[in-house]
Every structure is written in structure tokens, then in C-alpha cells.
Design a protein around this ligand. Structure first.
Ligand code: THU
Length: 134
């Protein structure tokens, strides 16, 4: 059984590989994401941009939608990798979707250099809107 540190290192690597497929010709900001389920499956995604800019989908949502559309549920952690020097955070839209479908997961933010940041999704999105409001 891999240790938690080994699982995190693997997830960051998977997100880095996914980043290579980023379709980011407008912003040039490439993002890779890797989402791990509690039973050990990993779903990866990259950002996919459109010439109609607003149609762009972030790497995190690509990974999440791939997982959900293949029947995965019950998520453990998500790694997000960019080429920035320091780690960057997921956008508000992704935080909402992650709260809806993967509440309480661990989120690993990794830049090109330095140590990754590990944060709980609840810290990233405090006082969320959700099912409880409907
Ligand atoms: N982007 C992501 O894929 N994830 C994030 O967490 C932040 C932003 C993408 C969207 C767009 O393709 C580019 O990065 C610049 O905003």
C-alpha cells in the first residue's frame, strides 16, 4: 500500500501529465488536475479554451465531469498543477462544483517550484451555497 505522501506525489505527477494536453492557446495558462476517489481511481483533466472565451472549461471541472460521467463518486483528493512559480487556487466556479460533488476533499496546489500547498476544500470555499439552501 502506498503511503499518503506517495499517493500525493503520484497525483501531482498525474496532474502534470494532464497539463501537457492543456488547450490554452488564448491565455497560455496551462492547468492540469487529477482527482482521486476513495477507492483509488484517478481522473485527470486539463483546461480547454474556446475562441468564444467564455466557453472555456477549467482543468478541475474537466477532471470532475470525467469522473462523474463515468460513475465515480466519493472523492478523496484533487491535485492542481500550473506553470506558475507559486501554487494557484481554483476559480470560484470550480470551488462551487467541487463543493457540490466532492465536499470536504483535500486539495493539493502545486506550482513549478517549491513545496505544494495542501488545503481542505472547506477552507477554500467557506460558507458555500448548496443543497442545504434549496
Ligand atoms: N483555469 C483552470 O483551468 N483552472 C483554474 O483553477 C484557474 C483557471 C484556466 C482557465 C483558462 O483556460 C486559463 O486557466 C486562464 O484563466
Amino acid at each position: 500500500m502506498p503511503s499518503k505522501d506517495e499517493e500525493i506525489a503520484f497525483l501531482i505527477k498525474a496532474a502534470k501529465v494532464a497539463k501537457k494536453f492543456a488547450r490554452a492557446k488564448y491565455s497560455k495558462f496551462e492547468v492540469g488536475a487529477a482527482l482521486q476517489t476513495k477507492d483509488g481511481q484517478v481522473f485527470v483533466g486539463c483546461n480547454v479554451e474556446s475562441s468564444s472565451y467564455g466557453l472555456t472549461v477549467c482543468a478541475e471541472r474537466v477532471a470532475l465531469f470525467k469522473a462523474l460521467s463515468e460513475g465515480a463518486d466519493d472523492f478523496l483528493r484533487l491535485a492542481i498543477v500550473t506553470n506558475s512559480k507559486t501554487p494557484t487556487s481554483p476559480c470560484g466556479a470550480c470551488r462551487q462544483l467541487l463543493f457540490d460533488y466532492a465536499p470536504g476533499i483535500e486539495i493539493i496546489l502545486a506550482g513549478n517550484d517549491g513545496e505544494p500547498i495542501i488545503i481542505n476544500s472547506e477552507e477554500l470555499y467557506p460558507r458555500p451555497f448548496g443543497d442545504h439552501d434549496l
